[in-house]
Write a protein that binds this ligand. Structure first.
Ligand code: GDP
Ligand code: CA
Length: 319
């Protein structure tokens, strides 16, 4: 079976570890289409936070406590940059992590598309699944918000809003800058066309899954495709399991609930995506018109438990 997963960073990585375990047991093939809306250029290097979170986590190189960046990280470069007063100082650029960004930046400058760069980086990390950026084009998520002390709202890069301001300035809207000119990355449409099932990881629906679906042609390929889609709710009991997805949902006027997110993705056959939607038992009363809803525990406590979630998701998708 060919399994395609749409995923963001940390939540996506945890979920993908379970998908990989499920696939290894059954001889299945996995392709992850990963959000690139968080990507940013800082200190002259190109940073792809979600791709790197997934690559490091699946490759055994992630810091298990922080959840992002490299294990055994040191911060000499960050401290030296701060000593120069070089802005921005709010982004934690680790020494080990920096090597990844240097390799990436150099390859991009030489003309390689991000998909080829990702493949090259993965030759080292051997994540055990195929990682594809949603797009090879530059398409960044910006947030329109009024920062404390400022008179008027302005657009700031998602990373600045999220990391520097902890998503505190209320977001008025999200803009996927240059989305109109973006195309699915090399391999993305082929992977979707060949898929037997598509899973939406319990990633942030607005700023992780949203930008992937905003790449022109990608959502259409899912809607028109024959592979059934199942999603896993990132919201349990009306709150995100971790992170600030509630602030993102509120900004776009979607109820912070498993039902709200399920309805946002919508039913297959009705212009939406979902055949199946998994919710936690505390949300067992959830209904999404036209979608099979299954309640089962959704905490990704370890790889085996996550693989069991994946088993149920694929069963639900395939009816
Ligand atoms: P990011 O890009 O690093 O922010 O990570 P993602 O967007 O991939 O994932 C963040 C989302 O994962 C948050 O909205 C969390 O609610 C969700 N999440 C994290 N852990 C779990 C879990 O154990 N179960 C479920 N259902 N969702 C989770
Ligand atoms: Ca992210």
């Amino acid at each position: 079976m060919r399994i395609v997963v749409l995923a963001g960073g940390i939540g996506g990585a945890r979920f993908l570890a379970g998908v990989r375990a499920f696939a290894a047991a059954g001889g299945h093939e996995v392709t992850a289409i990963v959000n690139t809306g968080d990507d940013v250029t800082l200190h002259g290097v190109r940073i792809c936070p979600d791709l790197d979170s997934v690559m490091y986590a699946l490759g055994g190189g992630a810091d298990p406590e922080r959840g992002w960046g490299r294990a055994g990280e040191t911060w000499a470069v960050r401290d030296e940059l701060a000593a120069y007063g070089a802005e921005p100082t709010w982004f934690g650029l680790g020494d080990r992590d920096l090597a990844t960004h240097l390799v990436r930046t150099r390859m991009l400058a030489a003309g390689y598309p991000l998909s080829a760069v990702t493949e090259a980086l993965c030759a080292r990390w051997q994540p055990g699944i195929r990682l594809l950026p949603a797009t090879d084009d530059r398409m960044e998520t910006h947030v329109v918000a009024t920062v404390d002390g400022e008179a008027a709202p302005r657009a700031l890069h998602f990373q600045e809003w999220w990391v520097r301001y902890h998503a505190e300035p209320p977001a008025q809207r999200f803009v996927f800058v240059d989305a109109d000119q973006a195309k699915p990355a090399a391999g993305v449409l082929d992977a979707l066309a060949a898929a037997d099932v598509v899973l939406l990881a319990p990633s942030n629906p607005v700023v992780s899954i949203g930008p992937i679906l905003a790449v022109p042609g990608l959502r259409d390929a899912l809607v028109a495709g024959t592979a059934p889609v199942a999603g896993i709710a990132p919201i349990i009991g009306g709150a995100p399991v971790r992170g600030m997805a509630d602030k993102c949902l509120t900004a776009i006027g979607v109820e912070v609930s498993a039902a709200g997110v399920g309805r946002m993705f919508g039913a297959a056959g009705d212009g939406g995506l979902l055949s199946g939607w998994l919710v936690d038992p505390v949300d067992a009363a959830t209904t999404v018109p036209g979608v099979r809803v299954l309640a089962r525990p959704l905490l990704m406590t370890d790889e085996a438990e996550t693989a069991a979630i994946v088993t149920d998701a694929i069963g639900l998708a395939r009816g």
